[in-house]
Design a protein around this ligand. Structure first.
Ligand code: G3H
Ligand code: 13P
Ligand code: ZN
Length: 284
């Protein structure tokens, strides 16, 4: 059994979740690793295609690998939202043991076809695959929450069995009211726990919750305890504390000539936020 398979199995049996935290730089990756060490819990460090556009494939992948290698925590490098099959396969070849193939923008049968192709390629190489069924909207602060939320397509209970069976995927990202980005204060959408129960009755596959930032803690706890959510993705809240730490430093009138002085503050802020999320996901 690979480390990621073990992490998933333990979460399933223990009815807790582990976090998947995105990074595109060293300090965030280290903040995640340090939080996992401190809390003695596993975590996934996720990169996306746009993180690679920012940092470069080899610099980012080798940096994350090195952070994981040096850490005493159980950490796994994960590809998040792989929309391009060639890129997903490139990541598998580069040593990712966990990938997400995100063909949720395609129509149902095409989503099955693309996902299945990646599952076959990945499983031959011992790699775990997550897919997505339904469409998650991205809450952009420039767009009204209500407008963006209309783009949401929740996971259809009538499609889930066929999707899981035909693709052979290992874990599934379900769309149950969750959104990428922060919720607007006036329109916090809640997780549709009834739908999640309904989906759970149809399949036994472990579920993943995307868009964890800003989601009410009580909803997350319920989803984990009652319905087999074994992993929660967090990106926005980590980005926010990182930038906030830098803003706080400079607006306080302090000066730095060594970038490490301010980036240390940002890395510490990431460690604290990730630690809080890890506690929440294990039910504390
Ligand atoms: O779900 C997507 C994550 O928040 C990553 O976003 O494509 O800007 O890296 P990104
Ligand atoms: P948030 O940015 O809302 O935390 O979502 C993260 C995510 O789902 C990454 O795949
Ligand atoms: Zn996501």
């Amino acid at each position: 059994m690979t480390l990621i398979q073990e992490i998933i199995k333990n979460a399933q049996e223990g009815k807790y979740a582990f976090g998947m935290f995105n990074t595109s730089n060293l300090e965030v990756a280290q903040g995640i690793a340090r939080a996992a060490e401190e809390k003695k819990m596993p975590a996934l460090i996720g990169i996306t295609e746009s993180a690679v556009e920012y940092a470069g494939f080899l610099p980012l992948v080798n940096m994350v690998k090195a952070v994981i290698e040096e850490s005493s925590a159980d950490l796994v490098m994960h590809l998040d939202h792989g929309k391009d099959s060639k890129f997903v396969k490139k990541c598998i070849d580069a040593g990712f043991s966990s990938v997400m193939v995100d063909s949720s923008h395609l129509e149902f049968e095409k989503n099955i076809e693309v996902t299945k192709d990646i599952v076959d390629y990945a499983h031959e190489r011992g790699v775990v695959v997550q897919a997505e069924l339904g469409k998650i909207p991205k809450l952009d602060t420039s767009v009204e929450a209500g407008v963006t939320l209309k783009q949401m397509e929740k996971t259809d209970p009538n499609e889930i069995e066929k999707f899981v069976e035909k693709t052979g995927v290992d874990t599934l990202a379900v769309i149950i009211g969750n959104v990428h980005g922060m919720y607007k204060p006036e329109g916090n959408p809640r997780l549709d726990i009834d739908l999640l129960h309904n989906l759970r009755k149809k399949v036994s596959i472990p579920f993943v919750l995307h868009g964890g930032s800003g989601t009410p803690s009580e909803d997350i706890k319920k989803a984990i305890k009652e319905c087999g959510i074994i992993s929660v993705n967090i990106d926005t809240e980590v980005r926010m504390v990182f930038v906030e730490a830098l803003n706080d430093f400079f607006t306080s009138g302090q000066m730095a000539t060594d970038p490490r002085k301010v980036l240390t503050l940002a890395r510490d802020a990431v460690q604290k936020k990730v630690g809080e999320k890890i506690n929440l996901f294990r039910g504390l």
